[in-house]
Design a protein around this ligand. Structure first.
Ligand code: 4AD
Ligand code: MG
Length: 431
């Protein structure tokens, strides 16, 4: 008999097929047994009447425990009332391995309990949708950049350099020398952009975030495009187009499940269409003040400020020209007023906070060296980076988009920890 996956079932209506997977849930209504079966590609309602299967199989179906692994056979039936639109009329069941006292039951569990058994929690329906969205976001990211001629050139994780400030560095011993886990591939992207024009890296990033917030992981994935000859304006355009594409692709591929299982309001996601809203930092500060926030000009926005700013619009908000002093050493200053720099942050609607951070990089050697000294960074470690300004330096820009922030926003999650298979947090290194 042909082995079929649940997500292929639509083309097997009327056929008797074989499926392999796990028992998700069991419900009995007198002589008819209903079970929800999952195989990793989806969930399927199966029914068994006493007359349809052997006595032995009926006994097994009646008693099989949640998360037992099984092989089942049955006939596919189209049924509008069944979740997903199809149902399997069982004709046989074979137990592969039992499962005793599975810790996750249909009742509500606390998040810390669920995080402790994340290796099992991933099997649940909600997590299934979130991980599927993550997968589709990743492929949308790669497709978008690949189709526009960007080269994917991954950057190292062990680095001797600071990129985003010294306070969130993970330090490690590298054969007697100090190395840091990468906070961002940007500095290396600048080298590959000068070699290949349009590049990106996409991989894990590490920040020793000592605070417990809903928006911070210590290990997260970031995609970072970098473009030679691009200005701040160019990179803002790219960020808009990029984010719109990712969100709409996820709606296209997972919209039904987002709305059915996660109860996400899809119309909010469909509103993510260009042009987004653009505000100068000064105007964003004014807006905050109008909203009654006691905010001092010149500071960086905190999580709460970002929530309020993002909630003010039903499209993403791009705040540009932050004060130079709140941003990283590499930011190009505004030639009109060096108090400001050519930076941009993109804040999601509905208060989900910062999705993207980036800007135009300093391309003048003297400026760069001055900033490295002002930030007290070790000049030796930045020698190679400075070289990029010695040999044919050009204006260039780029940004980083946080994958888990994006997935959280798309799925409407309260906390980033559900947006990655195995989250790493201040107080969590396992499973
Ligand atoms: O704004 P950030 O720090 O920018 C950079 O690292 C630049 N070097 C990127 C570049 O220009 N190539 O980080 C970029 C994005 C943020 O907007 C956010 O989405 C995400 O990375 N991010 C985090 N996500 C989860 N946990 C954390 N601790 C994060 N810190 C940043
Ligand atoms: Mg940032």
């Amino acid at each position: 008999m042909k082995h079929v996956y649940i997500n292929e079932i639509a083309s097997h209506v009327g056929e008797t097929i074989l499926l392999r997977g796990w028992i998700y849930n069991l419900r009995s209504s007198g002589k008819i047994k209903f079970l929800i079966f999952r195989d990793g590609t989806g969930f399927l309602q199966c029914v068994a009447g006493k007359a349809d299967v052997s006595g032995e199989d009926f006994e097994l179906i009646s008693t099989v425990a949640q998360e037992s692994s099984v092989e089942i056979t049955g006939k596919v039936r189209e049924d509008k009332r069944a979740p997903g639109g199809f149902e399997l009329v069982l004709s046989g069941v074979r137990l592969i391995a039992g499962s005793e006292n599975y810790p996750i039951t249909p009742k509500e569990h606390g998040s810390s309990f669920l995080l402790d058994i994340r290796h099992l929690w991933l099997r649940s329906r909600r997590q299934h949708v979130v991980m599927k969205v993550r997968h589709h976001a990743i492929s949308a990211i790669r497709d978008f950049l690949n189709n526009r001629g960007f080269l994917c050139l991954d950057t190292p994780i062990f680095t001797p350099n600071v990129c985003e400030g010294t306070s969130t560095l993970f330090e490690t011993d590298y054969f007697g020398d100090k190395a840091y886990l990468s906070q961002s591939g940007q500095l290396y992207n600048e080298a590959t952009a000068a070699a290949f024009g349009r590049v990106y890296c996409f991989g894990p990033t590490f920040r020793a975030e000592k605070s417990k917030t809903r928006r911070h992981l210590t290990e997260f994935w970031m995609v970072e495009p970098e473009v030679a000859f691009a200005t701040l304006e160019d990179i803002i355009d790219l960020a808009e187009e990029f984010f719109e594409y990712i969100v709409l692709r996820c709606v296209e591929s997972c919209g039904q499940e987002l709305s059915d299982v996660l109860e996400r309001d899809i119309s909010k996601l469909e509103a993510v269409k260009r042009p987004f809203v653009r505000l100068h930092y000064d105007d964003a500060v004014d807006l905050l003040k109008q909203k009654g926030v006691d905010f001092e000009w010149g500071n960086d926005f905190g999580g709460g400020d970002e929530t309020i700013l993002g909630e003010a619009f039903d499209k993403p908000l791009l705040v540009h020209h932050y004060p130079t002093r709140v941003k990283a050493f590499y930011m190009e200053r505004d030639p009109e007023d060096p108090e400001y720099c050519l930076s941009v942050d993109m804040l999601a609607p509905e208060g989900y906070g910062e999705m993207i951070g980036g800007g135009q990089r300093i391309h003048d050697l003297d400026q760069l060296q001055k900033r490295i000294r002002e930030h007290d960074l070790p000049e030796e470690a930045f020698r190679w980076y400075s070289d990029l300004r010695r040999y044919g330096s050009v204006p260039h820009s780029g940004f980083g988009l946080g994958l888990e922030r994006t997935v959280s926003y798309i799925c409407g999650l309260k906390h980033l920890r559900e947006a990655i298979p195995f989250p790493r947090l201040l107080n969590r290194l396992s499973p």
